[in-house]
Design a binder for this molecule. Sequence first.
Ligand SMILES: [Fe+2]
Length: 444
Amino acid sequence: MRWTAWEPSAIPSSRRSPDMAESEITGEPDVLERQPEAFVAGARLHDVGGVLLPRPFKIRRVGHFGYNCLDIDRMLDFYVDGLGLIISDQSGRMPGRLPPDEQATLSDNDRLLHFTRFGSDHHQLVFISQKVWDWVGQNNGSAGASINQVTWQVGSLAEVVNGSEWIWGQGERLLRSGRDMPGSNWHTYLFDPEGHINELFYGMEQIGWDGLSKPSEMWSGVLDERPSLPQISETGEVQRAAGAGLDLASGHRVDPRPDQHYEVDGISMSRPFKIVGIGPISLFVDDLPRAEAFYTRVLGFTVRERLSSSGYDGLVLHSGAEYFTLALYESGLRGILGLPDRADSMALGFRVANYRHLRSAVEFMCARGAQEVRVPAELVPGFDYVTHLKDPDGNLVQLYYYQRQCGPADPPTPAVSSSAAEWPEVIEAPPDVFGGQQFLGPWE
Ligand SMILES: [Fe+2]
């Protein structure tokens, strides 16, 4: 069953991204032009799980984020040994694509992609050597970027695939679609108008109490083209691997924690705080109206508040109840804040478990040499106590324990109490549909 509002055919070669897989060259010529008025007005609705939406996908939450690192050793020390992120896997696949003379310039940690997490998602922050990224990104214009991905979870694999087709139909620039390993998530990558790489994904591998990632032998599911639907479930893949005699306990296991001598709200822990959430993501942009148009009309974010600081404008946007999920700031603020020219982002947010954790985290990190940076309050609306630390590459970590939650202004619609057998096949979307707590991993 196809849920897209149009059937694919040929897309002109001039609209292709250089890295696009052949299977992504689809789309109907007469819907290739951007038509923001049409879908803003709801003229073209899409069936997303029986709910009619203006796009064939809905961003549910921040999934993960990635930094390209000038000093990957110090970045890992800051985020893993300092903030307590957990390494879930390390892969040499991408660095292995560099020619031997380039590889000879890499340190041991440069030769790996480092996937880290604080929760059960396989990865929530990814570290890649800047040298590796610049070589790999030389053909798609992303060399020099300090961010390798800004990643959003959508609701299903169908939303990833149909969303990819629809985004292409809006005239946006896709990078590639498929599935990456490790992490097992199905995805599509696309550029925003500023060149920031966004990703929509479904089905992130979940890591449980034993701290085990999937065995590398299961990474054979890498796919560099848009998947045909349906695809095998994760349960099916695991059953298949077990049936082939694979040792399911042979994947990366979480490294042992150092001494757990901090008593933290009744628990013995290795540091006096715990990161429990990621986001918001704050980006610098050169053309704010153009970026706003992309993130609202294409990705479906809603503007929560417009702001200005030191003569520069910005805005914060949301995809759910959080006050903001994403912030866009004019890039002139980069110098005002003393951030390096290479910084694509103003900050990456991390929520800690409570207010005491927040104070303890700052004390703990500053004792390790981190520098606290004062960011004007008008740039971070929706928080109370919030601070920023500078990481070794000069990126800002936004630390907080609370962010305001918001609901629609209108009262809730009355519950439909008739028999489900009488309900329509598809329904109009409530204003905050698919908001709230999200399911994390693959469905099965
Ligand atoms: Fe990703």
